[in-house]
Design a protein around this ligand. Sequence first.
Ligand SMILES: Nc1nc2c(c(=O)[nH]1)N[C@H]1C(S)=C(S)[C@@H](COP(=O)(O)OP(=O)(O)OC[C@H]3O[C@@H](n4cnc5c(N)ncnc54)[C@H](O)[C@@H]3O)O[C@H]1N2
Ligand code: MOO
Ligand SMILES: [Mg+2]
Length: 418
Amino acid sequence: MNDLKFGRQAISLEEAQRRVLGHVRLQETEKVPLFEAYGRRLAENICAGSPLPHFRRSGVDGYAVRASDTTGASLAEAVCLEVVETVPCGLVPAKTIGPGQAARIMTGAAVPEGADAVVMLEMTNAVHQETGLGGMVAVHKAMNPGDNVTPVGEEAAAGEQLLRKGCIIGPGEAAVLAAFGHSLVKVYKRPRVAIFSTGSELLPVDAALAPGKIRGSNGYMLACQVQQAGGVPLLMPFLPDDAGRVERELLAAAEQADLWMTTGGVSVGDKDVLAELFGRWDGELLFNKIAMRPGSPTSVGLWRGKPLFALSGNPGACYVGFELLVRPYLRASQGASDPLLSGAIAVLDTDYGKGSAYPRYIRGASRVEQGTVFVRPAGRDKSSIMVSIKETDCFICLPAGGRGARRGELVRVLTIGD
Ligand SMILES: Nc1nc2c(c(=O)[nH]1)N[C@H]1C(S)=C(S)[C@@H](COP(=O)(O)OP(=O)(O)OC[C@H]3O[C@@H](n4cnc5c(N)ncnc54)[C@H](O)[C@@H]3O)O[C@H]1N2
Ligand code: MOO
Ligand SMILES: [Mg+2]
């Protein structure tokens, strides 16, 4: 009844995500030094500028030989070859290996022309002679062509695409970028997110508790979530339950932020100021109710070309609202091709007795035992409960209706974090 009175039409989470992702504004790009690129999202595809490796490389310390010269060699029987030079790493071999010849070579050095295998040092004996240039080596192993030689392009052919636009730069990506000479990396600018906590009951962290008041915790929680998602949190001063003031402060922050996020004031209370603002603003409301628990009053709109995510004040609902809607938006705005949380199947580790008219996203804690993922609620699952968020690493998704789920049932889970 209330929902009709307040003009609220619940849509599915999938539809809400589709609407949010349909309005993503891709971030501008910037170039950053490779050393500072960790955790950023790449803004261009990276292809191999040359084959990797770009020269035939020895995989061991030993002797570069012609495999055909070593036929019949064994621990008991040696083949003696003339050593014509030594090839350390970083230098180019000067000689071509002819029949009956070998070159001393180090791991990672360029294999000389003519040689097609490298014998490990342990399978040889250097024979020092009074005469001759490099002496002789006794080889105790019969080699096949290609043994211990890394061919040109074994890891990557020239032109091969190695990194995709939108990927997160981690250790492996940084190594690829370094190997192909990208000292400056083109990445998406971090989205700046203005975080407003609304509620006249909110006290700053350093204030003493007072009757009816609480210390605002959502802003700090959201600031961490924004950073995890690659964004820059702008923690704005708390706002009182005054819709006019909220409107003014949001607009005043528009210049410095790529999107707004608010917490609190989205339900149907007398002082639910975001709901009031949506009733009289000049923005476009994408939705103001989602068929999900918690976070059903989560609302999203577009205002002056920017999205405004109005999350619930209840900490559990606020957390879920960020993960299911804001994180995908932030990922997509930094070029992610697959921005939604990834799903998996897990075994429920305990009975969960609460059915719901809406699909439920329960804060879950998972563990792996003998290759199977088990999951259980991270704590009591009330949207007002905050202390269980710290144990949460996934959401347990239960469909609408029914009586919850039983221990041992397979359930769908969504993994949190990038
Ligand atoms: N008559 C109805 N009442 C409620 C409904 C409804 O449909 N009809 N929905 C309930 C649901 S579901 C939720 S969720 C909450 C949503 O509330 P709001 O988003 O309007 O949030 P507030 O009313 O401002 O606060 C709720 C709760 O959270 C605390 N809070 C707020 N901000 C913070 C903060 N920054 N840090 C920590 N805690 C915060 C606040 O003190 C309240 O206790 O509405 C239900 N009611
Ligand atoms: O939907 Mo509210 O977020 O359940 O408590
Ligand atoms: Mg409220």
